[in-house]
Design a protein around this ligand. Structure first.
Ligand SMILES: [Zn+2]
Ligand SMILES: [Zn+2]
Length: 305
């Protein structure tokens, strides 16, 4: 008998935690660079040197991303049967004759290089070839990172972000990464130190920076918003934000280009909100806005009541 058999949820939870750790490292680098501008430093001027000094952080976060993806794929295999994760021939298994149940962790489990093969053998639908190629590329990069101290592997920040988002999106097409990130921040150790007050600010800020970096088609794919359409405040994100500091992050987009469209989507909340198409009453600033939140009554262009 075997005890402590892992479930697919255990693997998914750990996989997402690792992706979040990787994302957090990258977001911090980007936010710090963005902060530099505030202190009068031209980000363009420091950029190259900055990213070369960040080499170790970039490679580490790529390696953690790969580790996270491996857990997620193990979760997929586990959905079929956790026993498929056990490798080695039965003669090498721990003895079942000791009179006590065998802990699952005592078994050797399959290597990263065999994950796709095992999954595709038993799953109803194979992983598509693009996913498999990306997974193998990532695995090779990780091996270079973990087994050499040379700086030969040139890892770009955009590459780490794109790998992570692509993999997450392929495995969980119905899940909003931005929402997963917000939930992870809510339960991070920093939330015990009061960071929750600025949670909406933080998650909106990092996502705004990253949306700026990505191409419109990738933004559409990963965050389900059209970057080229006019941007608005999300009613809930704006309401939850701490306004002791400036909050000017607009990530929400109307659901269609129709003038009569009365729904707005926020990728962080992963929700549609109802809006009224009325002219903003903020005359002081001559706000051109005509998208008003039904729940809070605020103009989603200028934030005024
Ligand atoms: Zn929102
Ligand atoms: Zn307004």
């Amino acid at each position: 008998m075997i005890e402590n058999i892992p479930t697919h949820d255990d693997f998914y939870k750990t996989g997402r935690e690792l992706l979040d750790l990787s994302w957090g490292m990258i977001a911090k680098l980007l936010v710090n660079l963005d902060d530099a501008e505030y202190y009068g430093i031209d980000p363009e001027e420091v950029s190259e040197e900055y990213w070369s000094l960040a080499h170790r952080q970039l490679t580490t976060s790529l390696a953690i991303t790969q580790q996270g993806i491996e857990f997620l794929i193990k979760g997929r295999i586990c959905e079929i049967s956790p026993y498929l994760l056990i490798t080695d021939s039965p003669t090498k298994w721990p003895s079942p004759h000791e009179g006590i149940p065998i802990d699952f962790s005592k078994f050797r489990t399959i290597d990263a290089q065999d994950l796709i093969r095992v999954h595709d053998t038993f799953a109803a639908v194979n992983f598509d070839s693009e996913f498999v190629n990306k997974f193998n590329e990532l695995r090779e990069s990780r091996n270079v990172i973990m087994h050499s101290i040379s700086a030969s592997l040139d890892v770009q920040v955009g590459e780490v972000i794109d790998s992570l988002l692509y993999m997450h999106n392929s495995l969980f097409p119905d899940e909003s990464w931005a929402k997963v990130r917000k939930q992870a921040l809510e339960s991070s150790p920093n939330s015990e130190l009061g960071s929750v007050d600025f949670l909406s600010n933080e998650v909106n800020r990092e996502l705004s920076i990253i949306v700026n970096l990505l191409s419109p088609s990738k933004v559409k794919n990963y965050f389900k918003i059209d970057k080229k359409m006019r941007a608005y405040f999300c009613p809930d994100c704006y309401y939850e934000a701490n306004h002791d500091v400036d909050f000017d992050y607009k990530l929400a987009r109307l659901m269609s280009k129709e003038e009569s469209c009365e729904e707005i989507y926020c990728p962080i909340c992963d929700l549609d909100y109802e809006v009224s198409r009325e002219k903003c009453s903020n005359e002081e600033e001559e706000c051109p806005g005509n998208v008003i939140s039904d729940v809070y009554g605020i103009c989603l262009t200028c934030g005024q009541h």
